[in-house]
Ligand binder design. Structure first.
Ligand SMILES: [Zn+2]
Length: 153
């Protein structure tokens, strides 16, 4: 049996598996994991557990940068490759941006492609980016439904 299902030890929320490099970049710690050992994030916004393995736990306060799905404030990056924040997306939308392209042109922050390391879940920010735009346009209720992207995994 190879049961991949894992829950957060603190809050019981089903955890999401991620790559080691993304976690090392956010924690500044080199992780020595065996081949079978996985690293997880707890997607629950109100839980302080950011990353965990069988032996290690990192809280949100242990990270260099806030996690977009834990911290609701405006200075949190949504696109980590170009350090494009939620506040900048809101401002771009207020000024007429309606798409990811619009926001990138408006802010001049269009660096991408380093998601495997820079993004805290090691995947591209597209889902979160679209969610923030829709929220700023008033099209989405609050509460990001965390789904790993399918475009670059
Ligand atoms: Zn949790």
């Amino acid at each position: 049996m190879n049961n991949m299902f894992q829950v957060c030890a603190k809050c019981g929320t089903p955890a999401i598996t991620l790559n080691k490099e993304a976690v090392e970049d956010k924690t500044g710690k080199e992780l020595n994991l065996s081949d079978k050992e996985k690293i997880y994030t707890c997607p629950n916004p109100s839980c302080e557990i950011a990353y965990f393995t069988k032996e290690l736990t990192f809280k949100s306060e242990d990270l260099f940068v806030p996690l977009f799905y834990k911290d609701k404030s405006d200075n949190v990056p949504i696109c980590y490759c170009s350090n494009l924040t939620r506040g900048e997306i809101k401002n771009a939308v207020k000024n007429g941006s309606k798409t990811i392209d619009d926001v990138q042109v408006f802010t001049g922050k269009n660096m991408t492609g380093n998601c495997k390391i820079k993004n805290p879940v090691g995947q591209c920010c597209r889902n979160a980016f679209l969610y923030e735009i829709e929220q700023a346009l008033g099209q989405k209720p609050s509460g990001f439904d965390f789904k790993p992207c399918s475009c670059c995994s």
